[in-house]
Design a protein around this ligand. Structure first.
Ligand SMILES: C[S@@+](CC[C@H](N)C(=O)[O-])C[C@H]1O[C@@H](n2cnc3c(N)ncnc32)[C@H](O)[C@@H]1O
Length: 246
């Protein structure tokens, strides 16, 4: 575990607390285009459209009734609520986030929606507040890139999963090294750019933590930020899956 909370955690927290307070999102024109429309009909518009994600880990995870799901960096809770529908009353979803304002927003939405199989816990990806071997599936949407200690996150996810459990993640990755100025920019960290891992390092990192069947599938890039920074083709959103051996 990163021993102390780092300046990166603080910069990221400040940025996402702002989004939680204002209800605005980072990308797009306010309409959520990341998921199939029929999936989003499960929740009201104000929840469906508050996404800071970069993909659709719900469809990727192929969740089944009765499964226990952990969402890393749950933000406003959208993926948790969509997962809760999929796993049903016999399943359970836990969202973990380090930002108090996000947790407040997600818990308020859970109360409004009347969902009883979702819980939001305060905590860090680098020290997950869950029991060893307790999760069938770990999902995450555009968060692992924000961690300054990814090997620790991968170890924690491996610890949290049951034997045979799976990881289904949307995240930002790179194709080669980013310019040094970008890597050092706190603004670029918060924007899910500076901390993005090279695809090969991502796969290697997951393998090093014990995961098997590691796959990275590019989803496309196309964020305005990526284009304006002249990084098109070098940094992109990907669907990442892996499995803890049975
Ligand atoms: C880009 S937002 C994504 C939120 C959500 N997954 C979504 O798709 O809308 C990143 C979220 O992860 C949280 N986060 C970032 N780094 C974290 C860390 N190291 N530990 C716990 N939460 C973290 C932030 O507070 C924020 O809510």
């Amino acid at each position: 575990m990163t021993k102390t909370v780092t300046p990166i955690h603080e910069a990221v927290r400040e940025r996402y607390a702002g989004y939680a307070r204002s209800g605005s999102t980072c990308c797009g024109d306010g309409k959520n285009l990341l998921y199939p429309e029929e999936l989003l009909t499960a929740v009201p518009g104000e929840v469906a459209n508050f996404t800071l994600g970069c993909g659709d880990p719900i469809t990727l995870a192929d969740l089944q009734p009765g499964e226990t799901v952990l969402d890393l960096g749950s933000g406003g809770g959208l993926d948790c609520f969509l997962a809760a529908k999929k796993v049903g009353a016999s399943g359970r979803v836990i969202g973990v986030d380090m930002t108090a304002e996000m947790l407040e927003r997600a818990r308020a939405a859970a109360t409004r929606l009347g969902v009883t199989n979702v819980e939001f816990r305060e905590g860090y990806l680098e020290k997950l507040p869950v029991e060893d071997g307790s999760m069938d599936v770990v999902i995450s949407n555009c968060v692992i890139n924000l961690s300054p200690d990814k090997p620790q996150v991968f170890r924690e996810v491996f610890r949290a999963l049951k034997p045979g459990g799976r990881l289904s993640v949307s995240d930002i990755v790179t194709n080669g090294e980013l310019p040094e100025a970008i890597q050092k920019s706190m603004e670029a960290w918060g924007a899910c750019v500076a901390g993005a891992l090279d695809v090969k390092d991502y796969m290697h990192g997951l393998g090093g933590a014990g995961f098997v069947d590691v796959k990275v599938q590019p989803k496309g890039d196309a964020s305005e930020l990526i284009e304006s920074a002249g990084l098109k083709g070098k940094i992109f959103s990907a669907a990442i899956t892996a499995r803890k051996p049975a």
